[in-house]
Design a protein around this ligand. Sequence first.
Ligand SMILES: NC(=O)c1ccc[n+]([C@@H]2O[C@H](COP(=O)([O-])OP(=O)(O)OC[C@H]3O[C@@H](n4cnc5c(N)ncnc54)[C@H](O)[C@@H]3O)[C@@H](O)[C@H]2O)c1
Length: 272
Amino acid sequence: MKIDQLFSVSGKSAVITGGASGFGLAAGRALAMNGADVTLIDMNADALAAAAKSLADDGLTVATAVADVTGKEAIRKAIDDAAACCGGIDILFANAGISGGPGFLQTDGSRNPATQIENQSNEVWEKVLDVNVMGIVKTIQSAVPHMKKQGHGRIVVTSSCSATKTEVFVGSGYVISKAALGHLVRQLAHELAAFNITVNAISPGPAATNIAGGRMKDPEAAKLFSRYIPMHRVAQPEDVVGALLFFASPASAYVTGAEILVDGGAVLGIAD
Ligand SMILES: NC(=O)c1ccc[n+]([C@@H]2O[C@H](COP(=O)([O-])OP(=O)(O)OC[C@H]3O[C@@H](n4cnc5c(N)ncnc54)[C@H](O)[C@@H]3O)[C@@H](O)[C@H]2O)c1
């Protein structure tokens, strides 16, 4: 097969949650540029409108839907509408996620009493698990009936290198939420394989997106995190596109339950 067919997403219906920003927007741009019919879903209506406009300025048309992935009815309606308008759901990028606040160390190496386990807020834990785990579950639950009906589907989940390694500057609830996603992907890959639906994960490292108030866009923060990354830089949103096109296209037809780390080697150990 020629490489352009092997990685083709042309004519496919693709839905992306968290599509207004960061990895989701980069994914939407890449899929639309390569001929997919893209629906961006996000809870932030203003950011979603700005995202659609920035794509339109580049000659790319996408559909949009405002929905919070933690609301089962809202996400189901957004996905049903996308399926109705685009003839099904071939590709689901379940990507929306939030930060779980700061980690147990501050960047100067000191310990903030408020972020030690005995003092951590249960509300923060519950919120990050609700969005990052249950939001992904509800998103997948909404897309699977369409995929079963059409007899195929590609589900790609945004996890994190935090699913594999522990973190000092990242809140524990976030780390645990991503570890849960790692096994969710394997479990659902097993369950859905018989329906010709693959489920895979992309696990980025620290990236210059808008998560956590866009802290990785701050050159000082990026420099600090880069010290722990063998490739000596944080990720850019576009860095996930190659892995996404692989999981979304014929190239990965026999790949399920897999994870691609897009982390500049962050899980490998201390940087030189
Ligand atoms: N940026 C990083 O350092 C990093 C590293 C590893 C993994 N990730 C993961 O990447 C994914 C995308 O995050 P990003 O870094 O692009 O951040 P981002 O903040 O730039 O984009 C996330 C988008 O998700 C939306 N969103 C958040 N909660 C939502 C909800 N409940 N319902 C619908 N939309 C919601 C936000 O409005 C935002 O537009 C997340 O799952 C995140 O955990 C990020």
